[in-house]
Design a protein around this ligand. Sequence first.
Ligand code: GLP
Length: 254
Amino acid sequence: MRLEVEVLDTEEEVGRRAAQLVADELAAGRLGAFGVATGSSPAQVYASLAAGRLPGWDGVEVFALDEYVGLPPGHPQSYAAVIDREVRAPLGLDPGRVHVPDGAAEDLTGACDAYERALEERGGVDVQLLGIGATGHIGFNEPGSPFDSRTRVVDLTERTVADNARFFASADDVPRRAVTQGIGTIARARRHVLIALGAAKAAVVRAALEGEVSEECPASALRTFEDVLVLLDPGAASQLTRRPASRRSPAGAR
Ligand code: GLP
């Protein structure tokens, strides 16, 4: 088991560091399936990967972590639309290789099971990007989510609804439910990269890395995973009491 924490000076450096890890896996022919996250944290990773114009994306399958329940298909804030805009189009991927749970399905349980099967058939995700919510959620696994949970329908906490209201006209427009890969589903990825940016994440980052490993903080499950890299900016790292390894930009400039 390996969990490394690195603090980089800027959001751009965090993005480049994560993109480098993904690019190395791609170049080595080890990126059969790429697990992508939504939210602000991974934006620079996708920008950096797109700027790299790397060969070899053709055969890569992309799997999203989660999707809102109840948004009409094509809604600009559905994660299917977000992944299409922020990942598929910039990387020039075939839409047929991009998988997002179906939050608009009539049979949501069936859609969850189908998503688990698709992941299994692909042999699981090779590199999984993750953000962390203020509640400690990964994907949309809110506190109390069992560590062996699978893809399922979940209720969002009021805190998560409030945090995600910035993407909608008002908090009333934010769906209250979502489909998310379970923590047990996420755990099966070969490697994980968790990104947290800004002082607003400092408390939850500390809880996840230094608090109890418990369902009360879903991201603490990372400490039970095989191979995890946590990338932080100085704000997100500011409440850690144990000093993580730091990396600087190649020029060493601060
Ligand atoms: C959303 C997503 C998560 C994401 C989290 C943090 O709720 N479902 O997958 O990690 O928000 O988002 P951000 O990176 O914008 O802080």
